[in-house]
Design a protein around this ligand. Sequence first.
Ligand code: BGC
Length: 878
Amino acid sequence: MSGKDERAPAELDPGWKSRAVQGSDLERVGIEEVCALTGGVDMWHTTPVESVGLPSVRMTDGPNGARGEIFGTSRSTCFPCGAGQAATWDIDLVYRIGKALAIEAKSKLAGVLLAPTVNIQRSPLAGRNFECFSEDPYLTAVMAVAFVEGVQSEGVAACIKHFVCNEYETHRMTASSVVDERTLREIYLLPFEAAVKTARVQAVMAAYNRLNGVFCSEHRRLLTNILRDEWGFDGVVISDWGAVHNGPAAVKAGLDLEMPGPPRHMGPHLAASVQNGSVPESVVRQAATRVARMVRSIQLSGAPVAKPGDPEGSEDSPAHRKLAREAAAKSLVLLKNEGVLPLDSANLRRLAVIGAYAEEPAIQGGGSAQVRPHAVSTPLEAITERARALGVDSTGGIEIRYARAWEPKSQIPSADPSFFKPLDEVGSRFVVEYFEDAQLSGNPVRSEAAQHASIAWAGLPEGFSLDRPFGARWRGTLQVPSSGEYVFAVAASGRSKVLLDGVEIVDNWTAPVPGGSMFGATTRERRSVVVLEAGREYSVNVEFTRDPTFEQSLPTQTPVTLVHFGLEKAERHPGLGEAVELAAWADVALVFCGTGPEWESEGFDKESMALPGDQDELIKAVAAANPRCIVVANCGSAVEMPWIERVAAALMALFPGEEFGNALADVIFGNATPGGKLPFSIPKRIEDCAVYPGLQPEGENVFYTDRVFTGYRYFDTRKIEPLFCFGHGLSYGQIEIIDCKILQLTSGDSQSQRPLTASQKSAVDKSFPATATYFGPQVAMVQATLENRGRRRGAEVLQVYVRDPQSSISRPEKELKGFVRIELDPGDAAQVQIPLESRDFSYFDTGARDFVAPSKHYEILLGFSSRDIRSRLVFRLE
Ligand code: BGC
C-alpha cells in the first residue's frame, strides 16, 4: 500500500458538505478538471471530479417514461405522451406521473430526467406535438409546474426542454425562429418562466434551433439575461444533444454543460480558450460550479449517482401500471357520442373490432421519448377479456370478431438475415465493400463481412473521412423460404439502390427525396415488388454513396450515416372487404385508426393532417355498413376527420401508453367516465390554421407570423370554426354550472397570499385541485357550484377564460387562465374556487419591457370548452 491516505475526500474534510452544496469545493480544483465538467463524459453522464469526490450523474429521457441509457434494452412503464397527460387536465395526476417517472429514473440509476417538453403545438403538423402538452401556454405552464414538482419531490432533477421556439422538427438544427418580443414572452417563454419561478426546476435544455438568428445554445440574452437575471434561475443549462456549435460563445452566453460527451466544443476544449484569454476563467468556473452543485444536490437527496456501465433496473411496478391506466383512461377525449357509448352490454351481442391499431396500438410516438414498455395492454385483448368477463347469459354473451384491415407502417422492415446464405461459421450474410469513390468504381479500398445490409455509422466506418467521397456495396445471396411476391426497399442518408441478379430493381440514386422516418436523416423509402421462387439463389447488391450537397437538404443533419435495406413478403390483407362484412354482421363496429412513431417523431414534421394509408376510406366504408360505428383515433396530434358526420361516436386516444387497452375497455364499457379535454384545436383542414404554410423555414428563417394568436386564439379571433375546439371533450354525466360569482381580493385579504401551487396543495387537500397563481398574489377568486344532473357519473373541466373587451392593443378573443377538473356522481354538487392573479389580465408591453394589466373591466368566461361558454362575469381589476 502506498503512503497516500486512501480515505475519500469527504472523510478528510468534514466541511465538505456545505461547500459541496454551494459547488465551492471546486475552488481547489485545477482549471483542466474544471473545464472537463462542462462536457459530458459519454452519451448520458456528467464528468466526475475524483479529487473532490464528485461523482457522475446519469441522465435519461423523458416525458412519458424513463427509458434509461440504451434504446430498446431495459423496460420502463410507458405513460401517456405529454399531449395525453395534458388532455387529462388533472394537475394532481400529472404531479403523480412526474413522481413515478422520477422513481423509474432512479431505477435506471439516473438523477436527471430530460423532461418535460414544453414547446407549443403551433401547427398540427409539427413532428413532436405529441411530446408537448398543448397549444396553450397557460395549460402547458400548469402541467409543467405539476410535472416538475412531481419529479423533483423525489430528489431527481427535471430538465425542462427545449428552450425555446423549437416548434418544428424539419431543419430544427439549423433554422432560426423569428419571433417578436411580446409573442415570445406571452406564448413561448411562459411555461419555462413558470417552471423556473414556481417549481424551481433544476435544469433547462437549450434547443437546437436559433432564436432571431442566434443559436439558443449561444443566446446570452436568453440564457443569462432572461433566464438567470430576470427569473432567478440558479440551475444548469444543458445543451440539446449536439446543439453546441461554438464552445467559447456557448459558455459565455450561459450554457453550462455540453451534451453528449465526449464534447466537441466545451469540456477540455475550453482550456485553450481560457489560456489564450478569450474566455475568462471565472466564466468556466461558474458553469462548472453550477454543474457540480446539481450533481451534489442529486447526490445529497439520495437519488443515485452512477457511472457509465452501472447496470440499470427494470421493475414492472403494479403502482405505476395502475397510475398509467388511470392516466390513459382520463386522457381519452370523447369527441362525439350519439348515444352509443358506453356500450350497452345487456343488448350487445356482436361487436366488430376493425383496424390494426386494435392489435398493435400506437402507445407512444417516435424519437428520443421512446421507451421499451412492459407488457402492453392492447385494445383487442382488453375488450375481448372484458366481454368475456361480462359473462355468458342465456343469449350467449358478446361475440367479438376482428379484422386487421391494413398495415400501419411507413417503412418495410429491415431484411431478415436468415433469407441470405451464410458466408462463414459466425453467420455473416453479406460482404461489404468500401470505396473512396462516389460511383463505387474500381477496386474497393477495403471489404469485410456483415450480418445486415442496414447500418447506422456514427460518421463513417473507421478509416474513412467525411471530406472525401465515400461509397459502400453489400453483396449477398438471397434464398427465400417460400415463393411469392416480395417487397424490396431502400432509404439512406445519401443515394442508394438495389440490384437483383445484376438488374437494378430499386432506384433511390437518381432522384432521392429527403424526408424518411428515421429522425429525418434519410431519403424517403423507394420500393419495388418482385416475384421470387423458393430455393432459387439470387444475387443481391445494395449500393450507397454519400452526396454532401444532398445531405444539406435533409431535414436533419446528424453525425450519423444511415442505410436501410428493407425486404419482406408482400402480404395481401383482405382489407376493406372483410372489414365491411364484419361491420354489417355486428351490432356495433369499433374502428381503430391512427398514426404512430413512424409518422410522428423527431427530426421531421408530418406532411399532412390526413390519416396515413386508406384509413379514411376504411372508416367511411365501415360507417356505411353499420351506422353504430365508433372510431378510436390513436394519434399524437390533430388529424383530418372527413368521416366524422357519418359515425356515431369518436374518441381521441392520443398516444396513451402501455395501459391503453385496459383504459379503453374501462371507458367504452362504462367502468370509467371519459373526461379528457382536447389540449389543442382540431381544425377542419390545415389551410384553416394560422400557421399555414410556414411551419418550416423559408431560407433559414421560420417566421412566427401568427404572433400571439396560437391555436384557438386564432380560430376565435378570426371566427374560423374548427372541427373540434380547444378544451372540448364529452362525458357520460351531465354537469352544469348552477351558480357562479367572482370575488375581488385586496392585498389585505388572507386569501390573497400567494398559495401553494396546485400540486403541492393537492397533497394536503385531495378535493379538486384547481389552478393556483404562479407569478403573484391572488387578485380575484372565481367561485362556482357544479352539479351532475345526468344519470351517470361524469367528469368535467370548468375552464376560466379572460377576455379584454376593449383593449388598446390587439389581443386574442379570450385566453385560458384557470381550470379545475371534477368528477361527480349523479345528483352530486360541488363548489370549486379558481384564483386569478394580475398576470392573468396582462399582456407584455414591449415599451415597459414587462407584463402590464391595465385597471379596467374584464370579462371572465366560464365554460366546458373554449366554445362552450356557459357564464360570463364582469370583473374590475383595480
Ligand atoms: C432531443 C432531446 C433529447 C436528447 C437526448 C435530442 O435529440 O431533442 O429531447 O432529450 O436528444 O435523447
